[in-house]
Design a protein around this ligand. Structure first.
Ligand SMILES: Cc1ncc(COP(=O)(O)O)c(C=O)c1O
Length: 375
């Protein structure tokens, strides 16, 4: 008890280690300045170069840059032919955009439970949800841990379904050496500021289908390949050259940052006690978008107390995500997803980002271990 009294007495002077921190440097500023000086701000040569450079990270697939990860998912579903009456199996334990994009395309999201070890969709449960209306399966590589893509690939082949990836959180994560974005017929990435790399805002669709790539290019730009010759009803979901210029710089830094995230995660896993540390499945590389621990006991109040106490001592944290998507007002479904419901009460993400110092890491360990021991 004395421990916590002491910590609250120091609250006013405590500096907070943020849960996430976008890293923007002089290179990004120079790149933006270069575009601003060129006077060509809208989608142009920077976007094209960004797409080509991103393609090297997804086994040379077609890459189409758009204005957000949500647009990437939405256009991906439309171009893949998802329409009213089609069911797409997704996890409920994800960000709302995962399911919203299915609904925006006219389809119906069907919510599957997760494997609590990886936080990702459980292939066995997914298979049990397949109906004649199922058109696609979309795993999310949550927190940067690649989903069981080899299993999902098998299931999709067996049932003749499309495999689509929500890779918003998992740039450069791999399974058996194959990266996210190179498994599904379509995959989408996000460049929101807290992601492992940013473009300010933005997204990328990757696909191995020339036809789908062409359709996404049309849909993002008012349905035109040739100006004023609108072929389909499209959107303005273009990425600007300003955003692409930031993204190109960040993409060059991404492998180094990912290695630092992995090193930080390894340190935390070695030293944390009294909490469940993240599992890394065999033959995978984890991109550690989040370092998510669990406070066992299926007791959200206990987990919230843990969070309040570590914040009080200067360790930022967050719950991603406090409500499963199927229970949000948008879907309001009464489903039985026991692992999702359990994890939602236990999970908390603590800092793992590449700007943590050795001192920050030591402090995180001390604070988490002290608080966990006193819960
Ligand atoms: C799993 C997941 N899917 C989709 C998105 C949507 O990406 P964006 O915020 O770039 O639209 C995000 C990011 O917030 C996400 O975490």
């Amino acid at each position: 008890m004395g421990l916590f009294k002491k910590s609250s007495a120091t609250t006013s002077t405590v500096t907070m280690i943020p849960a996430a921190k976008p890293l923007i440097g002089d290179d990004e500023r120079k790149a933006v300045d270069r575009v601003l000086r060129s006077g060509m701000l809208a989608q142009g040569p920077e976007v094209k170069a960004f797409e080509e450079e991103f393609s090297h990270h997804v086994e040379g697939r077609h890459c189409i840059a758009v204005n957000s990860g949500t647009s990437a998912l939405h256009l991906g579903f439309l171009a893949a032919g998802i329409k009213a009456g089609d069911e797409v199996i997704v996890p409920s334990f994800s960000f709302a955009a995962t399911a919203n994009s299915v609904a925006l395309a006219g389809g119906t999201p069907i919510f599957a439970d997760i494997d609590p070890k990886t936080f990702n969709m459980d292939p066995a449960h997914v298979e049990s949800l397949i109906t004649p209306r199922t058109k696609a399966i979309m795993p999310v590589h949550l927190y940067g841990h690649i989903a069981a893509m080899d299993r999902f690939e098998e299931i999709c082949k067996k049932h003749n379904l499309l495999l689509i990836e929500d890779s918003a959180q998992a740039h450069l994560a791999t399974l058996n050496g194959r990266p996210t974005g190179a498994w599904g017929t379509v995959a989408s990435f996000s460049f929101y500021p807290t992601k492992n790399m940013t473009a300010g805002e933005g997204g990328m669709v990757t696909t191995d289908s020339t036809d789908i790539a062409r359709m996404i290019r049309l849909l993002r730009n008012q349905g035109q390949e040739v100006i004023y010759q609108n072929e389909v009803v499209g959107f303005n979901n273009r990425m600007t050259d300003i955003h692409a210029a930031i993204g190109r710089v960040q993409l060059r830094k991404l492998p180094g940052w990912t290695a630092t995230r992995q090193k930080n995660a390894a340190y935390l896993t070695e030293h944390l006690k009294g909490v469940v540390t993240p599992y890394v499945a065999p033959n995978t590389t984890h991109a550690f978008h989040q370092y998510t621990i669990r406070i066992e006991g299926e007791d959200a109040a206990k987990r919230d107390r843990f969070m309040a106490l570590i914040r009080e001592r200067g360790v930022g944290c967050g719950v991603y995500y406090p409500t499963p998507i199927h229970r949000l007002p948008t879907f309001k479904l009464d489903l039985d997803l026991p692992e999702t419901e359990k994890v939602i009460k236990e999970c908390v993400s603590i800092p793992v980002h590449p700007s943590l110092s050795k001192h920050d890491l030591e402090k995180i360990v001390t604070v988490v271990n002290d608080v966990a021991a006193g819960l």
